[in-house]
Design a protein around this ligand. Structure first.
Ligand SMILES: Nc1nc2c(c(=O)[nH]1)N[C@H]1C(S)=C(S)[C@@H](COP(=O)(O)OP(=O)(O)OC[C@H]3O[C@@H](n4cnc5c(=O)[nH]c(N)nc54)[C@H](O)[C@@H]3O)O[C@H]1N2
Ligand SMILES: Nc1nc2c(c(=O)[nH]1)N[C@H]1C(S)=C(S)[C@@H](COP(=O)(O)OP(=O)(O)OC[C@H]3O[C@@H](n4cnc5c(=O)[nH]c(N)nc54)[C@H](O)[C@@H]3O)O[C@H]1N2
Ligand code: SF4
Ligand SMILES: [Mo]
Length: 621
């Protein structure tokens, strides 16, 4: 049997050998291949258990007078189709994200909704802000591959908790005995593990990065030839960064000149950066990503950073979603779905748990419970969104279906072949999409008639992959483009972004100061977002706070009229003004913590500012 890729939204995309006996999966053996190195994380280890979880949705279910009753698939599809046919498509929204990264699980099933002209989200919750920010200067967002990370002599982990969230990237860097630095707002596992820990004030990274750039320029530590030949707008950039003096950096970020200079030296020695997705979820986050990437422009190292390589391979995700033959009537930023829930009468959710993971996601559940929203959920387990749903549909895990899986870090494309038969009546997402399409009257529509594997074949062509070859070989290596080709209006790497200027955005990275208590989040080892609550128990609503900021065991965090109640863990290492929660728990009264998260879309890719949520920190009444 070949390899199976873990489909979790995770940097690592591990490969496994599934071990089955008498039709039952008994083990998933981590494959000893580069770059996932033959070990796995606690979530990977629990996938066999999750396959047989008691929380699996096994049959379609419909809510009736408060209770759920099992129904047939025929009935489930026709109930859903009737709802969709009756509604104005502008009042129907589909919400999906990356619970499973398979091409046929995540992307293809948007087709009937795009054919109908329903409302889509902007898929911005995670990485969109940084992708859009990088494109302003580089004309692309991809960067170094694991091979290059493994050869690095120094690595800066900027805005991510890599020890927890990127275990194989961290392991590669440790094996290489590279010098390490981390930039974070709180004392995370990664901050504790690196040679140079750098604690910044929330949202101030852009100032630190521009301060590093200023030092590299003023000390003549940049690559003049590269800058001359390959870049545009250096003079304007150099003049702009003049104001980011060590004093100014210290005032705004809290980073001392000594620590700033150590970081500068690390970069001057050729350090690489892993830029965390978390930055995109902060105020000024896109600007921070822009500024950090430009450090590597100065160093003449266009493969000096890694953010996400999802755009490197050329896979045509829009084709899979059917945007060539259909179109959403409107696009709503993910951070505002909860706040704008009154605009919708029906919501179809798959591969995502928006009640827990979106800002004000609790409003989705309230609207469904009030009867204002018809909520249908296709998931593998009874998650918190499914608990509020009117219609529940059983989905197979990645171990029960065939799919194609790419990674946003390494370049292995994997054909996942089902390791076991689907549990209960679980049906794949592409099957539901086509059945639903036909039931709403889209028979004959090209988006519905095209077989999902044929769609995948076409979507993979720009990546230079023949589907037949992938199916025969199981794993193929993808290729990225020429790192010295910049798809910008000037054809150069633009320090001064002409695209931003044309769009009325700041051509140079911009900074706005934050005032107030900032609630922020960090990932934790036992869960991927809200998955594995059943296997490992749910994360606890514990807020780590500096003891001078709050005395007491229980606190309420308030934003607008929303409030969450949490237990307080005093931690003198957490800077004043910062409140840190691990994972995405419910509060002490069962309310999702994102009830108080900031859903404001950031300027470039629309990602909400969850990690710089301004809150009032109070004793509860
Ligand atoms: N174990 C585990 N691994 C995961 C996940 C998981 O849930 N659990 N989730 C996966 C997913 S979907 C993603 S997107 C990634 C997320 O993982 P990471 O990219 O590591 O992001 P987060 O854990 O959200 O946050 C990283 C750090 O950003 C810090 N931070 C907050 N605000 C700021 C700021 O203004 N500046 C700086 N410098 N730092 C700030 C937080 O304190 C936190 O420690 O990991 C993936 N891997
Ligand atoms: N407070 C706070 N909020 C956050 C974050 C944070 O750090 N803090 N992180 C944000 C980030 S980075 C992200 S990416 C989002 C993630 O937000 P979500 O996409 O909502 O992520 P998950 O909680 O992992 O939920 C994924 C769902 O997909 C289901 N699933 C898994 N495999 C399959 C499958 O094959 N088929 C189907 N149909 N379903 C499947 C799982 O059972 C699970 O219910 O959350 C964001 N929200
Ligand atoms: S969750 Fe991430 S680290 Fe864990 S097995 Fe899956 S891909 Fe690997
Ligand atoms: Mo994410």
């Amino acid at each position: 049997m070949g390899y199976i890729a873990c489909t979790r939204d995770c940097y690592d995309t591990c490969l496994f050998k599934p071990i089955a006996s008498s039709g039952k999966l008994i083990d998933l053996r981590p494959a000893d291949v580069f770059p996932t190195l033959g070990f796995t994380c606690p979530r990977g280890r629990a996938d066999v258990k999750r396959l047989y979880s008691a929380r699996r949705i096994k049959r379609p279910m419909l809510r009736k007078e408060g209770g759920l009753v099992e129904i047939s698939w025929d009935r489930a599809i026709s109930e859903l189709a009737e709802r969709l046919k009756r509604a104005d498509p502008r009042r129907v929204i589909h919400v999906e994200y990356d619970g499973n990264q398979g091409l046929l699980t995540w992307y293809y099933p948007a087709r009937p909704f795009n054919a109908l002209g329903a409302v889509s989200t902007d898929y911005s919750i995670c990485s969109a802000e940084g992708h859009a920010a990088l494109k302003l200067h580089w004309g692309r967002s991809w960067g170094m591959l694991p091979e290059e990370l493994a050869g690095a002599r120094a690595v800066v982990f900027w805005g991510l908790n890599a020890v927890v969230s990127f275990t194989h990237g961290w392991a590669l860097v440790k094996r290489a005995k590279a010098k390490t630095a981390a930039v974070d707002v709180a004392p995370t596992e990664t901050i504790k593990a690196v040679d140079l820990p750098v604690i910044v004030r929330p949202g101030s990274d852009v100032v630190l990065a521009l301060g590093v750039a200023r030092e590299l320029i003023s000390r003549d530590l940049y690559d003049k030839r590269f800058v001359e030949e390959r870049t545009y707008g250096f003079d304007k950039f150099a003049a702009y960064v003049e104001r980011f003096t060590p004093d100014y950096v210290e005032r705004e970020t809290g980073v001392s000149r000594e620590v700033l200079f150590q970081l500068v030296e690390l970069y001057a020695s050729g350090a690489k950066t892993v830029i965390g997705f978390s930055l995109g979820r902060t105020l000024n986050g896109g600007d921070a990503v822009r500024a950090i990437s430009l450090i590597h422009a100065l160093l003449g190292d266009p493969l000096g950073f890694f953010y996400s390589n999802s755009g490197a391979w050329g896979i045509d995700f829009d084709y899979l979603r059917g945007l060539h033959a259909g179109k959403p009537s409107a696009v709503v930023p993910m951070g505002l779905v909860g706040a704008r829930i009154h605009e919708f009468e029906a919501m179809y959710v798959w591969n995502s748990n928006p009640v827990m993971t979106l800002p004000q996601g609790d409003k989705i559940c309230e609207a469904a419970r009030r009867g204002d929203l018809f909520l249908a959920v296709h998931d593998i387990v009874l998650n918190e969104t499914a608990e509020c749903a009117d219609l529940l549909l059983p989905a197979p895990t990645y171990l029960e279906k065939d799919d194609i899986v790419y990674s946003y870090w390494h370049n292995l494309l994997v054909y996942n072949k089902a390791a076991v038969q689907p549990i209960g009546e679980a049906k794949p997402e592409h099957w539901v999409a086509r059945e639903l399409g036909r039931a709403v009257g889209l028979s004959g529509h090209p988006l519905i008639e095209e077989d999902p594997w044929r769609a995948a074949e076409i979507a993979l062509r720009p990546a230079g992959v023949e589907l037949s070859e992938l199916l025969a070989r199981g794993v193929v290596a993808l290729r990225r483009g020429d790192p010295l080709r910049f798809n910008t209006p000037t054809g150069k790497l633009e320090f001064y972004s002409t695209t931003a200027e044309r769009r009325g955005l700041s051509p140079l990275p911009h900074y706005e100061r934050i005032e107030g208590y900032v609630l922020t989040f960090t990932s934790e080892p036992m869960h991927t977002n809200t998955q594995f609550f059943d296997e490992y128990g749910p994360p606890q609503p514990i807020a780590e706070v500096n003891p001078t900021d709050f005395a007491g065991d229980i606190a309420c965090l308030e934003a607008g009229s929303a409030s969450i109640k949490v237990r307080v863990a005093p931690n003198p290492l957490v800077p004043r003004g910062v409140i840190l929660i691990r994972g995405i728990p419910k509060d002490l009264e069962g309310r999702p913590v994102n009830a108080v998260a900031d859903g404001t879309p950031n300027p470039y890719g629309g990602t909400p500012r969850i990690n710089t949520s301004l809150v009032r920190l109070r004793p509860c009444e």
